[in-house]
Design a protein around this ligand. Structure first.
Ligand code: BGC
Length: 757
């Protein structure tokens, strides 16, 4: 690990010593807190250090505003609306003045500035000593948490201790509309140029209680925020302009400490739900004191780390990276079946807060094996938006089935660039694959009966409708004009990955119906009735699956799609490093004409459907695709690492893993400021379990094929599987397996059956 990292390598914390204005926005993402509903960027309390370009942000998962997409040339079926995550009112900031001097890191004399993200406590702590112009030394400490046990609650605490010289302090706590940051207008990956301000519906300051209501302009959301202040000093509160303020002025003498706590409650309701203005206030008022919230937070995280235990002996940098990744995933994932996880979680506004296939292909496996209940919630979200996916399928000319939106918040397709958006029909297969993966690891029949089977049927129907038996291809079932995961090759025929997930989807749908018929006949009958499933329909899916077309290999190389090997070569070495990502430096058409990939695509197919390929095929294709892939997407390297391990390219596996494990901590893609890369974060967990641990599920059983990189003394991880928690420990001289919870189970290590009791 290079010595250039900004944060010292610590196993459970991320510490920033000193204050670097130039890195402010990145650290705001790194120090973000969240609980699946509320997300707060790690902004400094005093809003912005003078002259800095902070990205202020408090987000509510699933809450967005919409705006018509304006096309220069529109056409039938284009996505109609943008959905953009809102930066809601700010209630975490403070204004502090000592003897008339305003706290501002850019202007004041501040020493020993430190911020610590504590991943076991679920707290962001900050401390520094402020030497005021009036000659006073004040030790300032702040703590912030977003409660993991109380969805609508966050809290802050402030201590100011006077170390020398008396001073008059003025403290102001407030609720104010968010300051909207303007993103880079040239970067298609953020929400620059959209009108993202919210209307104020109500505003009040009554004693210790501040309140604000905001409304989105078009999407019909009402957001309420109430902040209850707790202190033992005199105060006043008022409404000034667009702000509800709570102010206090007091003298602090040497040895005295001021303590100030604030409970912050956010609620959001959609247009058809009753408003919660009064309830929001009551929730803030009745919130437990800060210490009590800390205790709950700790207990919740103890339980999480107990299930998601991961350890690497001999590399604190990687261990920190992995835990950081898991921590942020846990903070960002929606918990109620109506909210998903955005590509940047709740840490920033990149990709406008949209959910992509990232959830199913990368993130869901993390929860399947650590927090299966949350995995179910993610799939329930897909079930909840199934009606929107049906509508989309009709617009796209399919008489049956459902087509999930490529990018969305509430289910509506929001991709304004269909070649690398709507055309990614693999999204259906990704969702179906996730249903299957969840089922294999949990055997949750209730989920299958209520939601899973219906998702599988509707997604399968779409592929059945999209494809046809092509005479040109010897009567094989082909899927034309789609975009695979690799966004540098668009609207291609027979993208291997898409055909693989579609084939699996068609089979899974037939299997799910057979399962329900055998085990839940009433649900089976209801589904057949509601979805008008014809008696021979499942059979027709199996025929299409059996005859699915895959472009034949040329000299052992599988083309990623029918035409891939006919595109013009573009040697990676000839591309100047500063021209990455290519999408920011070349017209799409230039990219699409070349034999070059943005991200893992065929390699993902080889990893996910490994049983369909020989080791030799994997080796040969790995070498080839490694030479034509730019990894311009952060979703790429983790997948390459997993396959590299499988084929025994251990050094390469390790290098790719290294490049993804600390991608955000070290800002390797230079856009951490817009939010953390959730799919990559999940990919690193998958690298440990599936890559180094060689974990696969085959015929309902867990198989491992562990290797220990020579750089580590050993490593360990835990997985939940069918009601058990299993710990895998790997060292250079072998692996050991322990059953931590649940009934005896047989697992396989390098093919050998082991009974765990
Ligand atoms: C990748 C997609 C991904 C999206 C959101 C893009 O850069 O190419 O695969 O879904 O980012 O993370």
């Amino acid at each position: 690990m290079s010595g250039t990292a900004r944060f010292p390598y610590e196993p459970w914390t991320v510490t920033e010593d000193g204050f670097q204005n130039a890195y402010l926005r990145e650290s705001e993402s790194v120090f973000a807190l969240g609980n699946g509903l509320i997300g707060m960027r790690g902004n400094l309390e005093e809003l912005d250090a003078s002259g800095s370009e902070s990205i202020q942000g408090t987000y509510l998962n699933g809450v967005f505003d919409s705006e018509p997409i304006v096309y220069g040339e529109s056409a039938y079926g284009y996505a109609k609306n943008h959905e953009t995550i809102c930066s809601v009112m700010d209630a975490k900031s403070l204004f502090i003045e000592a003897d008339g001097e305003t706290l501002d890191l850019g202007l004041c004399r501040v020493e020993a500035h430190r911020r610590v993200l504590d991943m076991r406590a679920g707290l962001l702590r900050r401390s520094f000593v402020w030497h005021t112009e009036s000659g006073c030394a004040l030790r300032v400490e702040t703590e912030r948490l977003v409660s993991l046990t109380r969805q609508e609650l966050a809290a802050t605490r402030l201590h100011i201790a006077c170390e020398s010289g008396a001073c008059t302090l003025r403290l102001m706590s407030f609720i104010a509309p968010a300051v909207i940051a303007q993103g880079d207008p040239n970067d298609p990956r953020n929400a620059a140029g959209k009108d993202r301000s919210l209307r104020i519906g109500a505003l009040s300051a009554e004693g210790t209680l501040l309140r604000m209501q905001q409304k989105t302009k078009r999407s019909g959301f009402t957001i309420n925020c109430a902040a209850e202040q707790r202190c033992s000093f005199p105060y006043a509160s008022s409404v000034t302009g667009e702000r509800a303020e709570f102010t206090a002025e007091l003298t602090l003498n040497p040895g005295e400490t001021l303590t100030f706590e604030r409970s912050i409650c956010y609620t959001a309701t959609a247009a058809d739900e009753p408003d919660r203005w009064e309830e929001t206030a009551a929730l803030a008022r009745s919130a437990p004191a800060f210490d009590a919230l800390c205790a709950e937070q700790r207990a919740c995280l103890d339980a999480f780390w107990d299930r998601a235990g991961i350890d690497i002996e001999g590399d604190d940098a990687l261990l920190q990276g992995l835990r950081f990744n898991l921590f942020h995933l846990f903070q960002s994932v929606g918990r109620d079946g109506r909210r998903n996880i955005a590509a940047k979680g709740l840490t920033g506004e990149g990709y406008e807060g949209h959910t992509f296939w990232d959830t199913e292909a990368y993130i869901l496996p993390v929860f399947v094996y650590t927090e299966p209940t949350l995995a179910r919630r993610l799939l329930e979200y897909r079930y909840a938006i199934l009606p929107r996916a049906r509508e989309r399928a009709r617009i796209m000319g399919h008489s049956r089935g459902a087509l999930y939106a490529w990018r969305t918040i509430d289910g509506e397709e929001c991709s304004a660039y269909f070649p690398a958006g709507t055309a990614q029909y693999h999204i259906n297969g990704d969702v179906a694959h996730a249903v299957r993966e969840y089922w294999q690891a949990t055997e949750d029949l209730d989920f299958m009966a209520r939601c899973g089977a219906e998702i599988l049927v509707e997604t399968a129907r779409l592929y059945a409708d999209l494809g046809f038996f092509s005479a040109e291809k010897g009567g094989r079932f082909v899927l034309n004009c789609v975009t695979g995961p690799d966004e540098y090759n668009v609207m291609v025929n027979n993208n291997v990955y898409t055909n693989r997930v579609a084939e699996e989807n068609l089979r899974s749908a037939a299997e799910a119906l057979a399962l329900l018929r055998a085990r839940c006949p009433e649900d089976y009958a209801r589904l057949c009735r509601e979805l008008a499933i014809a008696p021979d329909e499942a059979e027709s899916w199996l025929v299409a699956a059996d005859r699915m077309y895959y472009p034949p290999s040329r000299d052992g190389i599988f083309p990623q799609d029918d035409g891939f090997l006919d595109r013009k070569p573009w040697p990676l070495a000839s591309i100047p490093p500063e021209n990455h990502p290519l999408l920011m430096h070349y017209h799409g058409l230039v990219i699409y004409r070349h034999m070059i990939c943005k991200q893992a695509d065929l390699i993902l197919a080889l990893t996910q459907y490994g049983e369909r390929y020989t080791l030799e095929e994997k080796k040969k294709n790995f070498a080839f695709y490694d030479s034509v892939t730019t990894h311009d997407s952060s979703l790429s390297m983790a997948v390459f690492s997993i396959l590299a391990n499988e084929i025994g390219e251990y050094e390469t596996a390790y290098d790719y893993f290294m490049s993804s494990a600390r991608l955000d901590l070290d800002d390797m893609h230079r856009n951490t400021k817009d939010g953390l890369h959730m799919a990559n974060m999940a990919g690193t967990f998958n690298c440990v379990t599936r890559g180094f641990g060689g974990m696969r599920v085959r015929d309902g059983a867990l198989h491992f094929a562990p290797v220990c990189p020579p750089q580590w003394q050993g490593y360990a991880f835990r997985v939940c599987f069918r009601g058990r928690v299993i710990e895998v420990r790997v060292r250079a001289d072998g692996a050991s397996y322990a059953l931590l919870r649940g009934e005896a189970i047989t697992v396989f290590s390098d093919g050998e059956a082991l009974e765990l009791k």
